[in-house]
Design a protein around this ligand. Structure first.
Ligand SMILES: C[S@@+](CC[C@H](N)C(=O)[O-])C[C@H]1O[C@@H](n2cnc3c(N)ncnc32)[C@H](O)[C@@H]1O
Length: 232
């Protein structure tokens, strides 16, 4: 992570994340059902699904009730986020079909195989010094040929002419969505310290090097993008 303190999921950022996500991430409310629909098409009704960075449990809330035949492995390096996700999984009836792992994907047994994986709002925190590559490679290695990955990330080329203008528009969007000035100022400081920006082309290169092929870009909202990929 660029500056682990900037986005401390074991601390106050974890506590405020849920409200923030709904207000600040364009399409957050519809992203998960859209991802679910795509993964059901690709992986079917009885898939093994790896949730990378389960955070406050949004994947469980969105996926578990409509995919009762799915089993989950949920990974997060934050103990507090694992605890929160466990509570959500129990509440939506997925507790008995979920394994939680407090740590990182590369620490999961190499023999584990998943039909589908989600990496939503995670990779943008990791430096482009091998950490992003290790994350995607460790996911890809645990999938069979044809396995599906939904990747969603904040990204951008900060030297591109449109980037500053889009960033300003995103700040305006936060206010339009009712995100208060003080909370917004704190978030902007965190974003400046804790996001490892890379352009979409670099994300595609990382995925390609990890053995993943782009099926289609399925999401775009201001500086966020979502890509559906498959294991080659
Ligand atoms: C912004 S939350 C996203 C939660 C959920 N996926 C969502 O979109 O609502 C990011 C989560 O990724 C976790 N995380 C950070 N680095 C990670 C890594 N290298 N591998 C897996 N999870 C990571 C954080 O602890 C946090 O819970």
């Amino acid at each position: 992570m660029l500056n682990a303190e900037a986005f401390n999921f074991d601390g106050d950022y974890g506590e405020i994340y849920e409200d923030l996500a709904h207000r600040v991430i364009p399409g957050y409310d519809t992203l998960f059902p859209a991802t679910l629909a795509l993964l059901l098409e690709r992986a079917g009704a009885s898939a093994r699904v790896l949730i990378v960075g389960c955070g406050t449990g949004q994947e469980f809330r969105s996926f578990a009730p409509s995919a009762p035949g799915w089993s989950f492995t949920a990974v997060d390096p934050s103990a507090e986020m694992i605890r929160l996700s466990q509570r959500v999984a129990q509440k939506v009836g997925a507790g008995g079909r979920t394994s939680f792992y407090h740590g990182y994907v590369h620490e999961l047994p190499a023999s584990e195989r998943y039909d589908a994986a989600t990496v939503i709002n995670v990779m943008h925190f990791l430096r482009d010094d091998g950490a992003k590559e290790q994350l995607m490679a460790s996911v890809s290695e645990r999938m069979p040929k044809g396995g599906t990955v939904a990747l969603f990330d904040l990204h951008g080329d900060r030297s591109a002419p449109h980037h500053a203008f889009f960033y300003e528009a995103w700040k305006r969007y936060m206010s339009l969505r009712g995100y208060g000035d003080a909370a917004k100022a704190r978030l902007l400081r965190r974003l400046a310290a804790g996001i490892a920006w890379v352009p979409e082309e670099r994300i595609m290169q990382i995925c390609h090097d990890a053995g993943l092929r782009l099926i289609h870009r399925y999401w775009a909202g201001l500086l966020y993008g979502g890509w559906l990929l498959e294991r080659r």
